[in-house]
Write a protein that binds this ligand. Structure first.
Ligand code: ATP
Length: 298
């Protein structure tokens, strides 16, 4: 896995950006091994994001040829819309996230952003266009400032503070012994799950990507913190194309479209109300989760 403890100051900003994206993705998807070698096509142009439309066109994918994982998934997310991917564990939600990032190439079909096939553009430009908010943000052993500015290392103090305010973590940072210069991470101040996630949100806000990939937190945050974080994520999604990988359903009700995956195939799609009215898989998942939530703890 990517080493995250080595000093990073000497690294160039482009490298840092890619690295951040990879660290976030690695964290997000629990990638323990190196993904397959993906190289840019010689002379590949940069991705040009004009609006942020994301299309999966009859996507087939297998990690191992003997075991197909995605079996013809087609999804179109218009620029500025929010798509929620739901489905049982192992149905292929995170795999779609990995393909969007081109950690792997599709076996058949295509993934396109604003009409450009991901295989035809540079990976640097692709990674620069997508912001990832993982459920567990990786903190470096450095200052709070550094950890937020990691989203854009040339950011000024005012810009970092602006992002921290928008992520509603500025006041907390100001209450720390050395404010933005307080050391955090394994060897510094340990932040709570919610605080770490806010640092991650601030980092992504600073990067200002047109496309967001959100991994809904499954980690235990208290209800109020979780609600606050959801509000921040919702605000961050305004005006951007958002793909939300939802492990629970409580946060998907507002999505423009919900896609239900089962064993690598889309089995239902629609808005929350439509899917409830259809009384199919989504409605059953919803009923099951609602029952779990209302169960008193044993
Ligand atoms: P969850 O909700 O549990 O996170 P998911 O819907 O995100 O599940 P994926 O992580 O996309 O599911 O996994 C889909 C299938 O692909 C699973 O059967 C999984 O075992 C398999 N898989 C995932 N990563 C790899 C890998 N690196 N190599 C081989 N198979 C993999």
């Amino acid at each position: 896995m990517i080493q995250i403890t080595m000093p990073l100051n000497f690294l160039g900003s482009v490298y840092r950006e890619i690295r951040q994206a990879l660290v976030d993705m690695g964290e997000m998807f629990g990638l323990l091994g190196q993904p397959a070698e993906i190289v840019d096509r010689p002379g590949a142009p940069d991705l040009k994001v004009t609006g942020g439309e994301v299309v999966l066109d009859d996507v087939h994918f297998a990690y191992d040829p003997s075991r197909p994982i995605l079996k013809g998934v087609s999804v179109r997310i218009p620029a500025g819309h929010t798509l929620a991917l739901v489905g049982s564990s192992g149905s292929g939600k995170s795999t779609i996230g990995r393909l969007l990032f081109r950690f792997y190439d599709v076996t058949a079909g295509a993934v396109r952003i604003d009409g450009q096939d991901l295989r035809e553009v540079t990976q640097d430009s692709l990674h620069g266009a997508i912001g990832v908010v993982p459920q567990d943000t990786v903190l470096f052993n450095d200052t709070v400032f550094y950890n937020i500015a990691y989203g854009r290392p040339d950011a000024s103090r005012a810009e970092v503070e602006g992002a921290a305010r928008a992520a509603r973590i500025h006041d907390f940072i100001m209450s720390l012994p050395e404010g933005y210069d307080t050391k955090v991470g394994e060897r510094g101040l340990k932040l709570s799950g919610g605080e770490k996630q806010r640092v991650g949100i601030a980092r992504t806000l600073l990067k200002n990507p047109p496309i967001l990939l959100l991994d809904e937190a499954t980690s235990a945050l208290d209800t109020q913190t979780e609600r606050d974080i959801q509000d921040s994520l919702r605000e961050m999604g305004e005006g951007r194309t958002v793909i939300m990988i939802a492990h629970r359903l409580s946060t998907v009700a507002d999505a423009d479209e919900i896609v239900v995956l089962e064993q690598g195939e889309v089995v239902e799609r629609g808005r929350h109300d439509e899917l409830l009215a259809r009384d199919g898989r989504y409605a059953a998942m919803w009923a099951r989760q609602s029952a779990e939530v209302s169960q008193p703890p044993a």
